[in-house]
Design a protein around this ligand. Structure first.
Ligand SMILES: Cc1cc2nc3c(=O)[nH]c(=O)nc-3n(C[C@H](O)[C@H](O)[C@H](O)COP(=O)(O)OP(=O)(O)OC[C@H]3O[C@@H](n4cnc5c(N)ncnc54)[C@H](O)[C@@H]3O)c2cc1C
Ligand code: FES
Ligand code: FES
Length: 1334
């Protein structure tokens, strides 16, 4: 066959692209961003797991004349696979310069964007959905967005945007008994006891531009011509290292496979792509068939359905949905089960790209389809130049046994799924960390066929996710043949399976006992499903399910999240043009949606720009014996490698060391930095740096180990009031306990990014960086370069999410990048990949709380002695400050008359943990709540009763002595109780639980008191700069960073109110140390508070100056007044300043007035738990907040919802896994599960109290950035309530020990039953576990 290089033709946004020399290693994402300068498509993970890179691909099939539009992850799409394809990116959908597409308009106007980094991906997923279904159903909407992650919004607003296109957008469509769930509330209880009217929506649907499918980009006619006319000849693309062959006929495919038998047949590249990228597997030749009809067959024959190996999983899903509807149920058991698995397999992008053949042949250990295809006795049709043959898709094929596998030169043509027979039943099962877009922890395919006498004649049981291969319980199946379908058989089956399917204690992936339990839990569910079907088919012979066992089969509450919002009405006297208090859209909302919003890595390449990649430690505590840079330095394109030696005495800045010198203190410790002429080359060279380590002792990973080794940062912090010892003596009861809380990854969607540009004159440096603290970056860079700060300017337009994680470590990364730029006198860019980012940067501190609590029998706490330990990691970072804030806020909403609380930051061999939204409070508050729950259990009271009896009331003093007015707290608590119909729903939950042994519901309500303030006046100072130009337009600058919270929008609202000027007249470019020097970090919920007061001050200065001019010409315009001021030599530029809130704290005495005000709130959550799998669904959350006077209710609602969902992730699903040697296992969205659209509560009701407190804050508003995170723990306590109900019913002694996160694993193992007691347990110390709890 000829291997003449071909030309690649495709279209992007309707424009033809022709590439003569395409490198087969190039993916579409970098090509769009760098080569075509279309940076709207974002890189959030590079692994198909986040959806930020979603584009729409359109393929024309000349044989059918059909065009297929589908969403795809550009990060996994090889450029060479795009011949003849039309690519649509967010830029092609619409723009502010042409017209907005309705999707873009609606996602912005429904307030579905915050930082905006995920928004282009969301837009493209919705756009692709609408291209295929202009009026989608809710289920289709849920499906379309399942593969897109957002860390800011909490998704509700995005779903609302999507819903505006749905057939019935005003209803949940999840009708139980014909009643909308919002009408009936949950469990039959009304939506709100007060029947509260929600305020007018924050957007108006009537104003939306209608969707007009005829306006969409058409498929480029030239590509159609190309497809019709091009010769049926293989295309070949040759790169430096790789050759790509695209055969277009079956004959050529077989020829290519025969010539290059080792070359993979790349279809969707969703398996080969990640393997090459993350596992370092390299293929010199790739064969990628294109448009070969034989691979796309769909044949319904008399014995089964044959599906071409080239069909995408999404196409398979469509075919199955159709066939299952048309054929009798008894024939479609396997097809039905396949369809069920496909509904939760990955997101719609992956399913649209991945092929059935690729799925089968790649044989992933957690494949959702293969166990089922094998159980269903499917047959593979394979072909080579030597001829065709069939091989069974069975255990031996799945185990890659050479005699049962494809030969290297063979290709898979199709697979036949046999129809099932009468009395044959097939089921599929899966449990994953998240309901959608998460690989299975364990999955299974099971099939049984009963002979005429009702005994088991055929049985197949296969499990995935359990070990090095998908496993068939062959022996078990054989031994059960001939047995009747009874409870006894089930018991025997469980025993046999546990004896046959062995998951060793040290198994990769951990969760060993959970996985063992799932093996038998699934078996039980299969038993019930089949029993139910048998009973339906022959009720006289088979009894219906008894004892509430149907509850094991019911699906968890399925509804997709939707919400209501009740906010403060406007003062009727407020001028209509005054925007304060109005739900103004995020200033950049539309630009987020069109991809025009520029983030750091979207900046165009600078002349001769270089890339920097870090080399990090693979050991947690070791001496660096030697470092060999020679191979890395010799690679083409490598320009330099920066080490600690080069940095010399500039290697240290305050507490931070930039690069390791002679030893490393954690896995991920920065060792050196490779600088090369491209990102790919820098990364390749970084892998070639050879480092020899010698491990050092001790290795300290956990808090317990730190305590044991007395490994702490600084001295302890302590707060004390009252007489704890005496009060403990007086208590009716005393309890001691410990609470452990795991950490959290920031998972900002935009990873750490920076571009440093030497200006070539006077040693000036411009640092463009994604940070919350430009001043710190300026300081650390200036110190590293030994330059005065006035030579180093740091600029931030916007940040794609930060949450506390873009301060200290960002400074270190920027300092090294700047050093390289300075040394080489060339611009240097450094953008961390998701995995590197997760490895190098720390996150929220894991906490250990120990308490001794004395209380009265009515639940009143009289004494609390508490110790907090946080896991600080290897350097101090902000760990001590986190301890302090945790202590100052630890009592949450409760009056604890006698309290002693001590806190320490532990020094361990982990990357330094740092600030993360809530800053110690989500951990400290949880420990106190857990203690209260224990007290409630002891007193035989509900947790809510104990919470209520201990609530602060009226004017109170916090443990640090600061006086607070807690009226808002009592109102939030009582309103939340009323709005959530707590008592009615409590009774309904109990009723539900009484009849449902396998699904339990739980209800919990928690109060919130979140003190806002920094504890230091200087750290609260802020400046702003307002210029009025002669045309009357205004340019505003302030020191706050826009990271999604909408601070720039609020600041424009402030200027608009103060200057009585339309917001459209005011512009804000970016935050820069050049315009606002010495600004404080943006964080701690106070960015709008502090900067707003500075902005207000600047405006008032201008107004004072201009007042004589304005009063002389009150009907004039700003243009008139500006010109008049200029003519009179009055300055039109003013600096505004706010010196910071008065605050102080004396840690010697443990006293002070550290906070300015408190945000109060309460949340009530209800969940449903599946006791067999540990999965839960949040079915309703009600949140009531006292937010003062909201400056912008739409943005504030977004902050509350986003924080709540982030908190829900913290407390229920996000789990960092470390190896016993301190290496982070969870390095991407595949392993670390932040909440996704499926996790939004089915109902999310938010209401803001009418303003209750006058304060000296900005227009009496309150900062809401952090407080809502804590409310996520209402979900944890609701789960606890549900699990407790299960345990009570089962007569289990003891309580479920509270720890966070409360994951499916913990839930399942706490719902002890005959299955958990059946599994083998390993003696501690008898194996080395895969992970250790940190
Ligand atoms: C983010 C993400 C999430 C995922 N989630 C899930 C999940 O929840 N559940 C699940 O089960 N899977 C999941 N997967 C795995 C996914 O299902 C597989 O990667 C996919 O099905 C592979 O198909 P492909 O066409 O992309 O394969 P490719 O990567 O193109 O090829 C894979 C392998 O198959 C071989 N091959 C392909 N076609 C043929 C053929 N016709 N003849 C011979 N050999 C062939 C290739 O040689 C190669 O070795 C996920 C993957 C990603 C990236
Ligand atoms: S960047 Fe492609 S899915 Fe995350
Ligand atoms: S708005 Fe979705 S990640 Fe920030």
């Amino acid at each position: 066959m000829e291997l003449e290089p071909s030309t690649l033709h495709f279209c992007v946004n309707g424009r033809r692209v022709v590439e003569e020399n395409v490198d087969p290693e190039t993916m579409l994402l970098p090509y769009l961003r760098r080569n075509l300068r279309l940076p709207g498509t974002k890189n959030g993970c590079g692994s198909g797991g986040c959806g930020a890179c979603t584009v729409m691909l359109s393929r024309f099939d000349p044989s059918t004349g059909q065009i297929r539009h589908y969403p795809a992850n550009a990060c996994l799409t090889p450029l060479c696979s795009l011949h003849g394809v039309a690519v649509t990116t967010v830029e092609g959908v619409g723009s502010t310069r042409t017209r907005l597409h309705p999707v873009q308009e609606r996602i912005a106007r429904t307030h579905g964007t915050q930082c905006g980094f995920c928004t282009p991906g969301m837009v493209m997923s919705l756009y692709a959905l609408l291209r295929n279904h202009p009026q989608p159903s809710e289920e289709q909407l849920a499906d379309a967005l399942a593969g897109n992650l957002c860390r800011c919004t909490g998704y509700r607003a995005i779903l609302d945007a999507g819903r505006t296109f749905c057939k019935v957008s005003g209803c949940c469509q999840s009708k139980e008994n014909g009643v909308c769930c919002l009408d009936q509330g949950v469990n039959g209880a009304p939506g709100s006891e007060e029947g509260g009217q929600t305020s007018p929506e924050c957007f108006s649907e009537e104003e939306f531009v209608p969707l007009d499918p005829t306006q969409e980009l058409i498929f480029p006619p030239e590509l159609m011509m190309l497809a019709k006319k091009q010769p049926r000849k293989s295309r070949v693309f040759k790169g430096d290292r790789m050759t790509w062959i695209s055969p277009v006929t079956l004959k050529d495919l077989l020829k290519a496979k025969s010539k290059f038998p080792q070359a993979p047949v790349v279809m969707g590249n969703t398996s080969v792509g990640p393997e090459m990228k993350f596992k370092g597997i390299f293929h010199p030749v790739i064969i990628s068939p294109d448009g070969i009809e034989d691979l796309n067959v769909i044949k319904q024959e008399c014995n089964g359905l044959t599906l071409g190996a080239g069909l995408s999983l999404a196409q398979v899903q469509d075919v199955l949905a159709d066939v299952v509807q048309r054929l009798p149920e008894e024939k479609t058991q396997t097809l039905h089960a396949l369809l069920q698995q496909l509904q939760t397999l990955a997101g719609s992008q992956i399913r649209s790209m991945a092929s059935l053949g690729g799925h089968i042949v790649s044989r992933h250990l957690d494949s959702d389809l293969n166990p089922l295809l094998a159980a269903g006795s499917c047959t593979l049709h394979v072909l080579s130049e030597e001829g065709a043959r069939q091989i069974p898709l069975d255990e031996r094929f799945l185990d890659r046994s050479p005699s049962a596998d494809l030969k290297p030169q063979e290709v898979l043509l199709s697979v036949t799924v046999p129809y099932t027979r009468k009395w044959e039943f097939v089921s599929a099962f899966r449990q994953a960390q998240r309901k959608r877009s998460a690989r299975a922890t364990v999955n299974a395919g099971m099939r049984v066929f009963f002979g005429g006498d009702g005994v088991i004649t055929e049985l197949s049981i296969l499990y995935g996710g359990i070990g090095p291969a998908i496993l068939c319980a062959t022996d078990t199946c054989r031994k059960l043949l001939g047995r009747p379908w009874t409870e006894d058989t089930l018991g025997e089956a469980c025993r046999l399976v546990l004896g046959e399917v062995i998951i060793p204690g040290a198994a990769p992936g951990g969760r060993v006992e959970f996985r063992r339990t799932l093996l038998v839990s699934f078996l039980f569910r299969f038993y019930l499903q089949v029993s139910q079907s048998l009973s339906r088919m022959d009720p006289s012979r088979y009894p219906s399910l008894a004892g509430g066992n149907e509850s094991a089969l019911a699906d968890l509450h399925p509804a997709l999240g939707r919400g209501t919002f009740e906010h403060q009405g406007m003062d009727p006297m407020q001028l209509p043009q005054d925007p304060i208090g109005r739900p103004i859209m995020h200033l950049s909302g539309v630009k987020h949606a069109t991809g025009e919003a520029i983030y750091c890595d979207d900046l165009p390449a600078v002349d001769r720009e270089l890339s920097l990649a870090f080399v990090t430690s693979s050991r947690a505590h070791a001496a660096i014996v030697s470092m060999d840079l020679s191979e890395a330095l010799s690679l083409p394109g490598v320009v330099d490698i920066v080490t600690a030696k080069h940095l010399g005495d500039a290697n240290c800045f305050a507490e931070e060391t930039l690069l390791a010198t002679d030893k490393v203190l954690c896995v991920g410790h920065l060792i050196c930095a490779v600088v090369a002429d491209s990102e790919v080359r820098a990364k390749q060279a970084a892998k070639k740096v050879r480092i020899v380590y010698q491990d050092l002792e001790p290795l300290i990973l956990t808090i317990e180990e730190a305590i044991q080794h007395n490994s702490f940062f600084e001295t302890e912090r302590k707060l004390e009031n009252g007489d704890v010892e005496a009060a403990l003596q007086m208590a009716d009861q005393v309890l001691q306990g410990t609470v452990h809380m795991g950490g959290q990854e920031h998972f900002y969607m935009e990873t750490q990014s920076m571009l440093v540009v030497p200006r070539g004159e006077d040693q000036e440096m411009d640092v463009y960086v994604s940070t919350q603290f430009p001043r710190y970056i300026q300081d650390i860079v200036a110190a590293t370069l030994k330059l005065p700060a006035n030579k180093v300017m740091c600029h931030v337009r916007r940040v794609g999410g930060a949450f506390g994680g873009k301060v200290i470590k960002t400074g270190v990364l920027a300092a090294v990048t700047a050093f390289a730029a300075h040394r080489l006198d060339r611009a240097v860019r450094c953008v961390l990949e998701r995995g590197e980012d997760m490895l190098i940067t720390g996150g929220r501190h894991p906490y250990l709380g120990k308490y001794k609590v004395g209380f009265k029998n009515d639940g009143r706490i009289v004494a609390l002695d508490m110790e907090h330990y946080n896991n600080g990691g290897s350097t101090l970072d902000e760990s001590l400050w986190v301890v302090e804030m945790g202590l100052l806020k630890m009592e949450n909403a409760y009056k604890l008359p006698n309290l002693r609380c001590r806190g320490r930051a532990c020094r361990t061999n982990l990357p330094a943990n740092t600030a993360l939204r809530g800053f110690g409070f989500p951990q400290a508050g949880l420990i106190t709540e857990a203690c209260l729950v224990e007290v409630a259990t002891k007193c035989g009271l509900s947790p809510e009763e104990v919470r209520e009896v201990n609530l602060y009331q009226g004017i109170e003093r916090m443990p640090c002595g600061q006086e607070i007015n807690t009226e808002g707290l009592a109102r939030c608590w009582s309103e939340c109780k009323a709005k959530s119909a707590f008592s009615l729903r409590r009774a309904a939950v109990d009723r539900f639980n009484a009849g449902s042994p396998w699904k339990k519901r739980g209800l919990a309500m928690v109060p919130l008191k979140f003190p806002v303030g920094i504890g230091n006046v200087a750290m609260g100072q802020a400046s702003a700069l307002v210029h009025i130009y002669l045309d009357g337009s205004v340019l505003l600058t302030h020191g706050g960073i826009e990271m999604g919270q909408g601070v720039h929008t609020k600041m424009l609202q402030v200027v608009s109110r103060e200057l009585k000027m339309p917001m459209g007249n005011i512009h804000l470019r970016r935050t820069s140390t050049e315009t606002i020097p010495n600004a404080n970090a943006s964080g701690g919920s106070v960015v709008a508070d502090l900067n707003g007061l500075a902005v207000k001050d600047a405006c008032q200065t201008l107004l004072r100056r201009l007042e004589p001019i304005i009063s002389k010409n009150p009907r004039g315009t700003w243009k008139d007044w500006a010109q008049a001021a200029f003519d009179q030599s009055i300055s039109l530029s003013a600096i505004g300043y706010f010196r910071g809130y008065e605050s102080n704290i004396d840690w010697e005495k443990g006293e002070g007035h550290p906070f300015e005000y408190c945000v109060y709130g309460a949340a009530c959550s209800e969940v449903e738990v599946d006791c067999l799998t540990g999965t839960h669904k949040n079915i309703r959350t009600d949140i009531v907040m006292d937010v003062g006077h909201s400056i912008n209710p739409a943005l504030d609602r977004g902050q509350v919802e986003g924080a709540f969902i982030q908190g829900m992730g913290l407390y229920t699903s996000e789990e960092l896994k470390y190896s016993p040697r301190g290496a982070l296992h969870t390095r991407g969205p595949d392993q670390y599960k932040i909440p996704a659209t499926c996790d939004v509560p089915a109902e999310l009701h938010i209401s803001f109290l009418p303003p209750s407190e006058n304060s000296n804050t900005l227009y009496s508003s309150k900062g809401l950035g952090e407080s809502g995170v804590f409310l996520g723990c209402s979900v944890l306590f609701a789960i606890w309530d549900a699990v407790s109900a299960a345990r009570r019913e089962r007569g289990l002694p003891g309580r479920l020990a509270l720890s966070s996160p409360l994951t499916p694993e913990k839930i399942r193992m706490a719902c002890e039953d005959r299955f958990t007691s059946m599994i083998p347990r390993d003696a501690p110390g008898s194996y080395v576990p895969w992970d250790v709890p940190i």
